[in-house]
Design a protein around this ligand. Sequence first.
Ligand code: SAH
Ligand code: SF4
Length: 353
Amino acid sequence: MEKVDILSLDVKDLQDILKEHKINGFVARQIYDFLHNKLEFNFDNFNNIKKETRSLLKDLFYIPELKKVTSLISKDKQSEKYLFSLNDKLLLESVLLTHDNRKTLCVSSQIGCPLRCDFCATGTMKFEKNLTASEIIMQFYLIQKDLKKKNQKISNIVYMGMGEPFLNYDNVIKSVNILNNPNGQNISKRNFTISTSGLINEIKKLADDEKQVHLAISLHSAIQSVRDKLMPINKRYSLEKLAESLKYYQDKTNNRITFEYILIDDLNMDKDAVSALTKFIKQFNAHVNLIPYNKVFGKPYITPSKTRQHAFYNALKNNKINVTLRDTKGQDIAAACGQLKIKKEKEQDGKNN
Ligand code: SAH
Ligand code: SF4
């Protein structure tokens, strides 16, 4: 019999399976608590569960094999990047950001990304797979397990790591629901943000399915021809269609939308860029997050000077746009997602050759 992924089950599913083996509902609840609340992933350590039951668990179930390979902390200690291996072969990344008292975890939803935006490190990799809901939540669980020792807790989750979450919609939403479960980590749905390159059908679907979950859009240009070059998906879902789906989202949810805008020198920062962006943003209740481009090896794009970054920021401010300029936190640890994986694979290649 094929083993079942135990983390993907809710209490009721677990009770149903265990009932067939004459194990009562209370024990199933204890098992759920070990996994999703105590974050214990070794069945042998379920210490108040009978030995025979633990042995049965091993026969029936498995836990996704996610292991920490390395982690790097930035000089300012505000961001920490984790590299995980999945089943001892595939690599994926998560980033923990600390801001005042808030800890935000950035999780990956895929290994590689088939959308291949031209500026993105993840887009240069081979697309390997969609992560299962359990593989997504394990990123949270392993990091939270470490934090628990210091009495700290992750408060917010953003799907801004490797991959396009809306190409893996069902598993992403399932992971939100597991992390939201009051018998587990109990993270409020309001504290989740899903970042997308602009898959319009899933944007509408999110508005119908999960009204509390926040949405971030990787915009990077409000000019069709410029965005076409940066993000191939823009040819399929034009800015006009994107705007239409965002209006639907905002009508249904009333949530403020975040727009991510990478600043790239001589590409998306001139006067036309400012006016197009202003016009686009004014259609919504929105916030714009400017992110100085993080250099990716082999790409022609250039990070603008601080002066230029501030000029762009001020131009938007003057146009009464709600805007923040992100500092290039964690550049010393290659914080833009995908970059640590690439570095590690290069090191391994170096060793093998
Ligand atoms: N696929 C989703 C989520 C993952 S990308 C999306 O595109 O929204 C997460 C964010 O990192 C996006 O805003 C993306 O545009 C940004 N990003 C990718 N490469 C970057 C780089 N080199 N420098 C700065 N930001 C980058
Ligand atoms: Fe994929 Fe997002 Fe990177 Fe584009 S920016 S290649 S959608 S991960």
